[in-house]
Write a protein that binds this ligand. Structure first.
Ligand code: GRF
Length: 201
């Protein structure tokens, strides 16, 4: 992916965010919009864990939030149907998973087609799934990073939009390595959204 922002002349992208936890990628997207680098509006944030810090971040940014707790639904399809209903009410065009810890079903994927993105803390296809940073450290790789990809049914397997590499340093712990990866995530994700929207990757 080029290091700059692509030219985009369309309407503001209508982004619905799905997040389960801290929400630092959400904040990076908000900041890119405020800085007028990413021509987008955030239609709202769906979060699934009561008390997830992303909900406070969203409220502070003046962004709508909706708690949709997967524990309240009989199966993954019913949960995803509730998410689609909310995203549609908000007029969402792009689904942006930002630390979303639930596996998507066809119920969520079909209405949005290729307009669903995720960010993962490894250089996919290495270390898909949970604990990617821990497993990279344990494997002794010297370079890891993060990947923005389109979402398909198989976890962390969709077409890659953009990647950033991060060196693994000898003294790294999971926390220090993840923090260094997140610096790259926050730079990469807003740009990758726009690259995906212009259709170049
Ligand atoms: C990120 O490292 C992302 O790659 C992974 O979950 C983490 C979310 O971080 N999918 P945050 O909630 O955006 O701070």
């Amino acid at each position: 992916m080029p290091e700059d922002w692509p030219e985009y002349r369309g309407e503001a992208l209508r982004l619905g965010i799905l997040a389960s936890g801290k929400g630092s990628n959400f904040t990076a997207i908000v900041q890119a919009i405020s800085a007028q680098k990413l021509p987008a509006v955030i239609t709202g944030v769906v979060y699934n864990n009561p008390g997830a810090a992303v909900s406070q971040r969203a409220q502070a940014a003046g962004v709508k939030t909706q708690l949709i707790n997967h524990r309240d639904y009989p199966d993954r399809e019913a949960f995803d149907a509730a998410i689609v209903h909310t995203l549609r009410q908000w007029g969402t065009e792009w689904v942006i998973m930002a630390g979303w810890m639930r596996q998507a079903t066809a119920v969520l994927l079909e209405p949005f087609g290729t307009r669903i993105l995720n960010i993962h803390p490894s250089l996919l296809p290495a270390f898909p799934g949970l604990q990617a940073v821990e497993r990279a450290l344990q494997a002794g790789v010297k370079i890891t990073g993060c990947t923005v990809h389109r979402v398909v049914l198989a976890v962390d397997s969709g077409p890659i939009v953009a990647q950033a590499a991060v060196p693994v340093l000898p003294a790294d712990t999971v926390a220090t390595l993840h923090a260094r990866i997140q610096v790259q995530e926050h730079r990469l994700y807003p740009q990758a959204i726009l690259w995906a929207a212009v259709g170049n990757c």
